[in-house]
Design a protein around this ligand. Structure first.
Ligand SMILES: NC(=O)c1ccc[n+]([C@@H]2O[C@H](COP(=O)([O-])OP(=O)(O)OC[C@H]3O[C@@H](n4cnc5c(N)ncnc54)[C@H](O)[C@@H]3O)[C@@H](O)[C@H]2O)c1
Length: 262
């Protein structure tokens, strides 16, 4: 078991389709003890049974748009765990009007600010609050997407926020490395979740993905979970500041093989 005797906090589990749910199941299977944060009361009914199936009764509200909420959530966690081994940041958001239409026309100051605040700054804020409670050899992990480095329709300002999140991963890795804390990101291929459904024509992205990806398919939250468990384990002790793609190879292929071969 990769994560025996380790304790991890998982954020961003909204329902059973969440990438965080795939990560929770994989980390539980690998022996980790888990705690969860949720954005608001409304999501608690979805989270409760999943947390229970992972043997956890530590469920703490944390709205990352609010500093007091972040601080108080780690304060509450410290009442249950004096020390722990890291957290999963699986949080992203941009207002719906930012994720539909031509980038230059739809992107506004408020949407830009919110996307970067919730999707990138929150990772730094959580790392700062967690820092005094982290064991030696801890690992932090966030979820990013290819829109950080390449353009695609409708993803718009989220692409910029993911670019910020990836730089954030590198700066946190440099900043926390001497404390023996590793910081990494998984760049996941498209998966149909609540957040993903906010991007217009997401279903078409899924079929495009399967056409171009070397493996000829999309990926599952379980596959992301397996890599998350590895990256948070001591087997990944030499890896920090990295963006690991779990995307069936999509990012390395410029053109689908079939286009030339037919
Ligand atoms: N689904 C995909 O195709 C895909 C691909 C690559 C990366 N990602 C990233 O994975 C992460 C998880 O997304 P998902 O696809 O599992 O969708 P999801 O909707 O299941 O999860 C998004 C989570 O963000 C949380 N969140 C949003 N605003 C918040 C706030 N103010 N405070 C606290 N939590 C807040 C939501 O409560 C939700 O749990 C996101 O960062 C997303 O960008 C998703």
């Amino acid at each position: 078991m990769l994560l025996k005797n380790k304790k991890f906090l998982i954020s961003g589990l909204a329902n059973k389709y969440s990438i965080a749910a795939g990560i929770a199941h994989a980390m539980h299977r690998e022996g980790a003890e888990l705690a969860f944060t949720y954005q608001n009361e409304r999501l608690l009914k979805n989270l409760g049974p999943i947390a229970e199936s992972c043997g956890s009764d530590i469920l703490i509200e944390c709205d990352v748009s609010n500093d007091d909420s972040i601080q108080s959530s780690f304060n509450k966690l410290s009442k249950r765990w004096e020390k722990f081994d890291g957290f999963i940041h699986s949080i992203g958001y941009a207002p719906a009007d930012q994720l539909e239409g031509n980038f230059v026309d739809v992107t506004n100051r408020e949407g830009f600010k919110i996307a970067h605040d919730i999707s990138s700054y929150s990772f730094t804020a959580m790392a700062r609050e967690a820092k005094p409670m982290l064991n030696d050899n801890s690992a932090l992990l966030t979820l990013t997407y290819l829109g950080s480095t390449q353009t695609l329709p409708n993803y718009n300002v989220m692409g910029l926020a993911k670019a910020s999140l990836e730089a954030n991963t590198r700066f946190l890795a440099a900043s926390m490395g001497r404390d023996n804390v590793r910081v990494n990101a998984i760049s996941a291929g498209p998966i149909k979740t609540l957040a993903a459904s906010g991007v217009k024509n997401f279903r078409k992205m899924l079929s495009q993905h399967s056409k171009r990806a070397p493996l000829g398919r999309t990926i599952t939250a379980e596959e992301v979970g397996n890599v998350a468990a590895f990256l948070c384990s001591d087997y990944a002790s030499g890896i920090t500041g990295e963006i690991t793609y779990v995307d069936a190879g999509f990012n390395i292929a410029a053109m689908p093989l079939d286009d030339i071969e037919e």
